[in-house]
Design a protein around this ligand. Structure first.
Ligand code: ADE
Length: 248
């Protein structure tokens, strides 16, 4: 898969994708990261890409011409996702990452300064995406997060191809707690059941713990999670149990 990234800081994108799992995927040519320097599409000698906001106010705004020209230079096949990273965007999630990984390429535009001239949104067929309700210094770190999340769904990027489908969010709830050696650490024991070798009981325990983990940390996810009636009843019993340590 090719990730085209429109930015005025291509080195952030190259740096963030040249080591660890993404670096290996690039090396093996499973993914390709193509930074496009928006400054190369500026019209003037000084390669200016920002200007003062009409109507006044603090900060600078990204000019529309270099951004639009950089995007159009890619000549993307119809249907290719073209994302604008911005705190105003739709919240990015696991399902979107999985869906985007089905495409042979995608493009990400990194905003900077106070934002991008509004006409960019009107001219380009953008999907505006945010990685959370906070403001970054620019879209580059959001783009890297999205490239990372999408890449995990591309066969061959992770060692175990099944793993993105078994983890937190894959079925709408958080993951169960994990343990490794030592069996006892600072007086804390690994739950006995995990040492039992009884896979059916371990599986049931993990599902229960995943449900309780979600109830304690992200109860909002339970509203849209795919749960059996038995699981819903189980969670209800915990919610009404005043002795539940999660609700103290
Ligand atoms: N650019 C600045 N803040 C951002 C955010 N939260 N998500 C995506 N892009 C951004």
């Amino acid at each position: 898969m090719i990730f085209h990234v429109l930015t005025i800081f291509p080195e952030i994108i190259t740096g963030g994708t040249s080591s660890s799992i993404l670096g290996r995927a690039v090396e093996r040519e499973i993914i390709r990261v193509h930074p496009v320097d928006i400054r190369d599409f500026a019209e003037d000698r000084h390669q200016v890409v920002d200007d003062y906001p009409y109507g006044g106010g603090p900060g600078m705004v990204m000019k529309p011409e270099p951004v639009v020209r950089a995007a159009q230079s890619l000549d993307l096949p119809e249907g290719t996702p073209l994302l604008l990273l911005s705190p105003q965007g739709r919240p990015f999630n696991h399902q979107m990452a999985r869906q985007m990984a089905l495409n042979p390429e995608m493009a990400l535009i990194c905003g900077r300064y106070e934002g991008v001239d509004e006409r960019v949104r009107q001219i380009l067929p953008l999907v505006e995406v945010s990685i959370g309700d906070f403001v970054l210094t620019g879209g580059e770190f959001a783009a890297l997060s999205i490239i990372d999340a999408v890449s995990r769904f591309i066969p061959g990027v992770l060692g175990d191809e099944d793993s993105p489908l078994k983890e937190s969010f894959s079925d709408g709830i958080l993951e169960y707690p994990q343990y490794t050696r030592p069996r006892e650490f600072m007086g804390l024991e690994v739950p006995e059941i995990l040492l039992s070798g009884d896979h059916a009981r371990i599986s049931a325990w993990r599902r229960r713990e995943a449900l309780l983990n979600t109830l304690g940390k992200r109860p909002d996810l339970l509203e849209s999670a795919d749960l059996t009636q038995e699981e819903k009843d189980f969670l209800k019993s915990w919610q009404t149990d005043q002795k539940n340590p999660l609700f103290r």
